[in-house]
Design a protein around this ligand. Structure first.
Ligand SMILES: [Fe+2]
Length: 216
């Protein structure tokens, strides 16, 4: 988790956006992962550091705050790695969702903290009603909806509330910041169609970095 990208032969890992505020959050996360064994306590401990990043200006490069017309997520959604641990244990990325666009219904499969940096998002969270034994099927119902504005964030502790989709409801594109304990865009996750009851394999990919071939 705590490789800090000093070896520039691996330019797609480490700090892809190098700013002291990004380094501060990643270092804090590494310290928490090392010293706090209980994952729920760990994500709680990360709240102040995450809030500081969301409240600060000037650390997110403009190139990491743009929609991406070639998006693997669809809808012009940009997903930009800011930090990636080469062992796949942690990433920090920005997600840019154009006005009115939505992500697919998806899961994350990792603990973390997610917050809105610019704009406003509506998050729809699903409850799973089946036992998950059929890898191609899922029975989902909406558990709740919440609007998340700039500076607000929530923690993630799968499988609790791990299935959701997000829509931008502000007049400008929303930019959210995701700190998650995997290499989120490169791991195979799940895309859900709640109406059809189907589940398909889903790997969004980053807009600014390739996924390792060995993880395909
Ligand atoms: Fe998500």
């Amino acid at each position: 988790m705590c490789d800090f990208g000093h070896d520039r032969s691996h330019a797609h890992f480490g700090f892809l956006a190098d700013h002291e505020r990004i380094r501060a959050l990643v270092h804090e996360t590494c310290r928490a992962a090392e010293h706090i064994g209980d994952v729920a306590a760990r994500v709680e401990a990360l709240r102040p550091a995450f809030a500081r990043l969301l409240a600060a200006d000037g650390w997110l490069p403009d190139a990491f705050a743009q929609p991406d017309v070639k998006s693997g997520m669809g809808g012009g959604i940009g997903q930009y790695a800011l930090y990636r641990a080469e062992d796949g244990s942690l990433c920090l990325f920005s997600l840019v969702i154009p006005t009115g666009a939505s992500t697919p219904v998806h899961d994350h499969l990792a603990w973390g903290v997610i917050g809105v940096y610019r704009g406003r998002q509506e998050e729809t969270i699903y409850r799973r009603l089946d036992d998950g034994q059929d890898s191609a099927r899922a029975r989902l119902e909406v558990a709740r909806r919440q609007v998340v504005g700039a500076g607000e964030f929530y923690t993630l502790l799968p499988p609790i509330d791990d299935i959701h989709y997000v829509k931008t409801v502000s007049e400008e594109p929303s930019v959210s910041i995701h700190l998650l304990a995997n290499d989120t865009a490169c791991v195979w996750r799940h895309r859900f169609d709640p109406a059809a009851g189907t589940v398909t394999a889903f790997r969004s990919g980053y807009s600014n970095a390739p996924c390792p071939a060995e993880r395909t």
